[in-house]
Design a protein around this ligand. Structure first.
Ligand code: FEO
Length: 397
């Protein structure tokens, strides 16, 4: 089904209500997603991006009901990842001569995925194609979030096709941002930024500055996942500017796993201490063995400080804690405080291990951390409350 976006611009993508895992099992999609593809039907016709591979046949069949495929003059592949390029093999079977516009890295990536030699036309920032009275302008966006990523901009209608940037994994019936539940929408936007774009924050700031410097009017942002931003599209750009700049709210997240509940008790005592020292702080606790990892990462992203707890096992930490610390390390959060804690019975390396990992991940780590021998007794519990208070003070600085 084609949905009109503006004038001769049509959404021809696929809404995937069922998806619950993306990037293999790396990203949870509690609210599904969409693969947004756009048809621009001016004097010339351009097709911008396609859909994920499992929907390739359905997509091409539907597209053929919307337009005689031989009338597609240009195919634009803003990004080669399979969720956007997945229908290209089926499409290009039907229109083998159509030029495929993408970046030089896009050519490499598309050839690498599909081992086909389509009529590739590599483009750079500032290159244009004429659709008649309007033009598509290409803007490379390397590492937002792959080396091949690019945006394109439609003159006249003032539409930015931003691919993954400004998107969310969020299936909606309304397609446009003004028709979506704002709480759900922004929850998915921040989760997407936190889990996918955080490491590229310096490039986000640079790319937005570059786009602003082009002085192109902006009426609509057509992303490749989730809603189309037609109501005040700058609102998501402004959020990105904030999120890319060492973002933190007045929140502290306590992440832990526990074997016999000792480390859980410490986590709860520390939360009590934080709130005693600073009632304005929102504190949340997450058992990382039982909480969705992407939701945990989103909370880390929003927090000014995190406390991470694990009992000692095999001279290290529980595997769930190691896994979330590994993910935190890769995301390169900036400007956040941290502290390690945990119970032990024999050798007791977990806290040192956690603090070392947090330090390597770029956190400002409170020295020493907090250790409790065996199951925390009354003194240990009181000490844990005091440690929570100290951490709240540490996070004020
Ligand atoms: Fe939505 Fe990077 O693919």
């Amino acid at each position: 089904m084609a949905i009109q976006v503006k004038n001769n611009v049509w959404w021809v993508g696929k809404t995937d209500w069922e998806l619950r895992k993306f990037h293999g099992s790396e990203y949870s999609t509690h609210r599904g997603t969409s693969y947004n593809s756009y048809l621009v039907r001016e004097e010339k016709t351009a097709l911008i991006d396609t859909v994920w591979r499992p929907f390739a046949d359905e997509y091409v069949d539907n597209l053929a009901k919307t337009i005689d495929l031989s009338k597609i003059d240009f195919v634009v592949a803003n990004h080669a990842e399979i969720d956007h390029s997945g229908a290209l093999p089926e499409l290009m079977e039907r229109i083998p001569e159509a030029p495929v516009y993408c970046t030089a890295n896009g050519v490499k990536s598309l050839k690498g995925h599909y081992h086909r030699d389509w009529n590739f036309v590599p483009v750079k920032t500032g290159d244009r194609i004429s659709l008649g009275s309007k033009e598509l302008i290409f803007i490379e966006a390397p590492m937002l979030h792959w080396p091949d990523s690019m945006f394109c901009y439609l003159t006249g209608d003032n539409i930015l096709f931003s691919n993954d940037a400004f998107g969310q994994h969020y299936a909606t019936s309304g397609l446009f941002n003004d028709l979506a539940d704002p709480a759900e929408l922004f929850a998915e936007c921040v989760k997407y930024y936190a889990n996918i774009l955080t490491p590229f924050s310096p490039l986000v700031l640079k790319k937005i500055a570059e786009f602003v410097s082009l002085s192109l009017p902006l009426d609509i942002i057509c992303t490749s996942h989730g809603v189309i931003w037609r109501d005040n599209p700058m609102q998501i750009v402004e959020r990105y500017l904030a999120w890319a700049d060492a973002y933190r709210e007045n929140r502290i997240a306590i992440l832990y796993d526990t074997m016999w509940n000792g480390t859980r008790v410490l986590a709860e005592q520390m939360a009590k201490g934080v709130v005693e020292a600073d009632p304005s702080v929102t504190v949340e606790l997450f058992n990382v063995a039982t909480t969705d990892k992407n939701d945990v990462i989103t909370e880390v992203f929003k927090s000014k400080g995190i406390m991470v707890g694990s009992p000692t096992i095999n001279r290290s930490v529980l595997s769930s804690v190691a896994a979330i610390l590994d993910q935190i390390h890769g995301l390169q959060f900036k400007g956040k405080k941290a502290a390690g804690f945990g119970c032990y019975g024999w050798s007791g390396e977990s806290v040192t291990d956690i603090n070392e990992r947090l330090g390597k991940a770029g956190f400002d780590v409170m020295p020493d951390g907090f250790k409790a021998l065996w199951n925390p007794d009354e003194k240990s519990r009181d000490d844990a409350v005091r440690f929570g208070r100290s951490f709240a003070e540490f996070c004020r600085g």
